[in-house]
Design a protein. Structure first.
Ligand code: SF4
Length: 366
């Protein structure tokens, strides 16, 4: 049985280039030739088949992200999804596609395949969008149609935007709730810094409004109605293996020479190099390394403490032979007001998440 449960498909096509965005993306001049005759879909299929021996039969999740996957066009998405249907048993598989809130996006997405849509709204406020340097304005018809087609809608919002106040995130949340959004990812521009004027107020506004609507925080930036937690992202935070497919995609797969080893890789960001490798039957990895035990431990702590379930000291002992309580006793004492320690579980409290960066860096192995 394959140890891989999650597949990420990267379609890093973008034609906007918003000022705040750090994701890897390609400009139209580079990706346009790949939108013709299902060219991109053909490459993604070939790459996936290079991993045939380790592909899962019934993946927990398949996440198609970007960029803006819909820019690859109807034909590419149709061909890709037909291949995925043929290749995998998709019973209970969470199938997500990312989209921008413009109607053209929705028209290009084959509605029978994806059971979840993740919409990058960022904000409904023209003033906030202007500050973000984002030209895409959410279209009302898009949200109405998305709400009619998908039960499982996730929205990305940005808060703590310089030059705006708490009323912006409040209105953004209320609009999302109006469209029956079940999952929200609320990010700040510069990570969880606690020195901005409205930061704490805005964070607490999010917690309060969403709690009233039965949407709970399950990760530092993520909130969901019961049963709507993103299974794909939970896979990352629970430190599961995942296959990354497509230009610039990252993956984390088992190391065949050891029972608990991890290979971390990143594909070529240059789409022509990516194409050449795949067409010549080679995995298109630009970088690849086997993680050391300390690196694995650090990642487990970094990702685990982002979630409301936290980390398990019993698991750390068994997997990394580290006595966490003993080794980090001083720091556990220092941050006890921000942490909850119960049995073998250590979690950050809701207020502790505000100081995530400064706390977590103390629990790393060098
Ligand atoms: S947020 Fe989306 S549309 Fe904006 S630059 Fe990033 S990938 Fe492109």
């Amino acid at each position: 049985m394959s140890l891989i449960k999650h597949i990420y498909i990267s379609i890093p096509f973008c034609n906007n280039f918003c000022r705040f965005c750090n994701f890897f993306k390609l400009p139209p001049a580079q990706w346009l030739p790949f939108t013709r005759s299902s060219k991109l879909a053909g490459l993604l299929q070939k790459e996936m088949l290079l991993y045939k021996k380790i592909l899962p039969q019934n993946p927990v999740s398949i996440y198609t992200g970007g960029g803006t996957p819909a820019l690859s066009g109807k034909n590419n998405l149709k061909t890709l999804t037909a291949f995925l249907k043929e290749q995998f048993c998709l019973t209970n598989t969470e199938t997500t596609i990312e989209a921008n809130p413009v109607c053209k996006n929705l028209e290009n997405i084959p509605d029978s395949f994806f059971n979840r849509i993740s919409i990058g709204i960022q904000s409904f406020s023209p003033q906030a969008l202007h500050k973000l340097g984002r030209k895409i304005r959410p279209e009302r018809a898009f949200l109405k149609n998305a709400a009619a087609s998908y039960k499982n809608i996730s929205v990305d919002l940005i808060y703590n935007i310089p030059g705006t106040g708490p009323e912006v995130i409040k209105n953004d949340l209320l609009k999302c709730l109006h469209y029956n959004v079940k999952h929200l990812s609320c990010y700040t521009l510069e990570g969880f810094k606690n020195d901005n004027k409205y930061f704490k107020t805005e964070y607490n506004t999010i917690l309060t409004i969403l709690k009233k609507n039965n949407i709970k925080q399950y990760e530092i930036s993520n909130y969901a109605a019961p049963g709507f937690e993103c299974r794909h992202n939970l896979g990352y935070w629970q430190y599961n293996y995942f296959l990354g497919i497509g230009p610039g995609a990252c993956g984390s797969i088992p190391y065949p020479r050891s029972s608990d080893g991890v290979i971390r890789y990143r594909n070529y960001r240059d789409i022509n190099k990516y194409q050449n490798a795949v067409n010549n039957g080679r995995v298109p990895c630009a970088k690849c390394k086997v993680l050391t035990r300390s690196e694995q431990f650090n990642e487990y702590v970094l990702t685990g403490l982002r979630t409301v379930n936290g980390i398990s000291t019993a698991y750390i002992k068994q997997k990394y032979s580290i006595d966490f309580m003993k080794e980090f006793k001083n720091h556990l004492d220092k941050f006890r007001d921000s942490l909850c320690i119960k049995g073998d579980k250590i979690k950050l409290l809701k207020n502790g998440f505000l100081y995530y960066n400064s706390i977590v860096s103390n629990f790393m192995k060098i």
